[in-house]
Design a protein around this ligand. Structure first.
Ligand code: IDP
Length: 151
């Protein structure tokens, strides 16, 4: 099982798409092991988007991510990182594939609704960045047998 981090960005919150997006992730078979609403501090955003520090649009990304609280999720599943990435679609939302979250609901590069970890290594850093150990839960999902069957 892998864990991955998802953030529902301020445009998802403002556009009342929280439920729609979580429903898609749940229905795919991903297990929610952490879920909360939070405001992102400057410090947290500098760390989270450290690969964008120095880019001309970085200040805009930061102020955009602070427009409203975001919804943070930790999702668990077999190959969860790549699976969630595929469900989200590419960064430039208007070119994201139909059927993906960004492809179905967004047109912008910046306001693209959702963040998800881009690799297992990143996920291992991002989950504890947003969730304390006591905010993550282990429980038995009775549908798991059917979600994966044998593989
Ligand atoms: P990702 O979110 O698809 O992994 P990253 O390259 O890590 O993409 O960029 C992080 C976020 O920064 C994007 O989701 C988007 O909101 C914003 N961003 C990326 N490139 C641009 C840009 O050229 N202009 C404005 N915002 C951008």
């Amino acid at each position: 099982m892998e864990r991955t981090l998802v953030l529902l960005k301020p445009d998802a919150v403002q556009r009342d798409l929280i439920g729609e997006i979580i429903t898609r992730l749940e229905r795919k078979g991903l297990k929610i092991t952490g879920l909360k609403m939070m405001r992102l501090s400057d410090e947290l955003l500098n760390e989270h988007y450290s690969h964008l520090v120095g880019r001309s649009f970085f200040p805009e990304v930061k102020s955009f991510m602070q427009l409203t609280p975001v919804v943070a999720l930790c999702l668990e599943g077999v190959e969860a990182v790549d699976t969630v990435r595929a469900l989200c679609g590419i960064t430039k939302a208007r070119e994201a594939a139909p059927g993906t979250i960004r492809g179905e609901f967004a047109m912008s590069v910046q306001a693209n609704l959702i963040h998800c970890s881009d690799s297992l290594e990143t996920a291992k850093a991002e989950v504890p960045r947003f969730f304390k150990a006591e905010e993550l839960f282990e429980y038995k999902d009775i549908l798991e047998t059917y979600v994966y069957n044998s593989s």
